[in-house]
Design a protein around this ligand. Structure first.
Ligand code: CUA
Length: 316
């Protein structure tokens, strides 16, 4: 619609049209009521102006229908906005089950992207057309914010946490990526591009190769070099919990609480192992705070995700 003008960003994801529809509805609503109110002000000023210096206005003591109207009509309009807005929000907040996952690490002042196959990119993100993409994001330092106007998606990127956004690109091309949270001197230069490619081109790009191994493979090497495998053994004889098949499961903690094993829990268990110890284990694991970078944490998480449950005799 507005693509020829710089006033409005291109619309290049499935959610973009829904966001725009709501936006234009709000805009039309604002234009309609602003015009109506401004028009009525002028009309009433002319129609009811004082005609002689000693004229007095007639006192009005309420009008039930009028008051009901100006209460009920705005109520209904705001409910439409609420329900419509909530449905768009839920669609944005809930990624589909099958997504292409890409990790994002923000730092002053660049964006680092890690594909599961091992490709790494800086300030440029290649994604295939027509496939839902989920970004799992964290920051090495301060709060940043990923914003891709053409996709109408935006989310804070926080140190010590994983946040996610998802989008399904509908048009091949290159789209701006901005940092939308003031993060220091060169915040305004913390930009990049999302490159949406045809699936075949994307495959070709992917096979162009990352230097050495997928994320999970690198995680596996790291797991061995940090000697994690001496305690986390697949045979349930180790001093730490078996990690095979663990990701996505619910585990019981010493405190009796339960927790779902997700990215955040794995991350915390590496950096602050005694925070949430699995029931039946001793808090003997040392912290790896300062020993692994945010990117290595992502490799370890991908490795844990990749571990399939092995059939075994349960000893407890
Ligand atoms: Cu990063 Cu602003």
């Amino acid at each position: 619609m507005w693509t020829g003008t710089p006033l409005f960003p291109e619309s290049a994801s499935t959610i973009a049209t829904r966001v725009d529809a709501l936006y234009f509805f709000l805009l039309a609503l604002a234009v309609f009521f602003s015009t109506l109110i401004a028009g009525l002000i002028v009309y009433f000023a002319v129609r009811f102006h004082r005609r002689s210096p000693d004229q007095l206005g007639a006192q009005i003591h309420g009008g039930l229908m009028l008051e009901l109207t100006w209460t009920v009509v705005p109520f209904l309009i705001t409910m439409v906005i609420f329900v419509w807005g909530a449905s768009v929000f839920f669609a944005m907040a809930r990624p589909p089950d099958e997504t292409l996952n890409i990790y994002v690490v923000g730092k002053q002042w660049m964006w680092k992207f890690q594909h599961l196959d091992g490709q790494r990119e800086i300030n440029e993100l290649h994604v295939p057309l027509g496939r839902p993409v989920k970004l799992i994001m964290t920051s090495e330092d301060v709060i940043h914010d990923v914003f891709v106007p053409a996709f109408r998606v935006k989310a804070d990127v926080l140190p010590g946490r994983y946040t996610t956004i998802w989008f399904n690109p509908t048009k091949a091309g290159r789209y701006h990526l901005f940092c939308a949270e003031y993060c220091g001197t060169r915040h305004s230069g913390m930009t990049g591009e999302v490159v949406v490619m045809d699936p075949t081109e994307y495959q070709a790009w992917l096979s162009g190769g990352g230097p050495g191994g997928s994320l999970a493979e690198n995680g596996s090497k790291l797991f061995a070099s940090l000697a994690c495998n001496t305690c986390h053994r697949p045979d349930a004889q180790g001093r730490g919990p078996v990690l095979e098949g663990l990701f996505g499961k619910t585990v019981t903690l010493q405190s009796g609480e339960t927790i779902t094993v997700d990215e955040a829990y794995v991350r915390e268990s590496i950096l602050n192992p005694s925070a949430k110890v699995t029931a039946g284990f001793q808090p003997i694991m040392p912290t790896f705070q300062g020993l692994v970078t945010e990117e290595q944490l992502l490799e370890l998480i991908e490795y844990v995700k990749s571990l399939q449950a092995v059939p075994q005799v349960q000893t407890r």
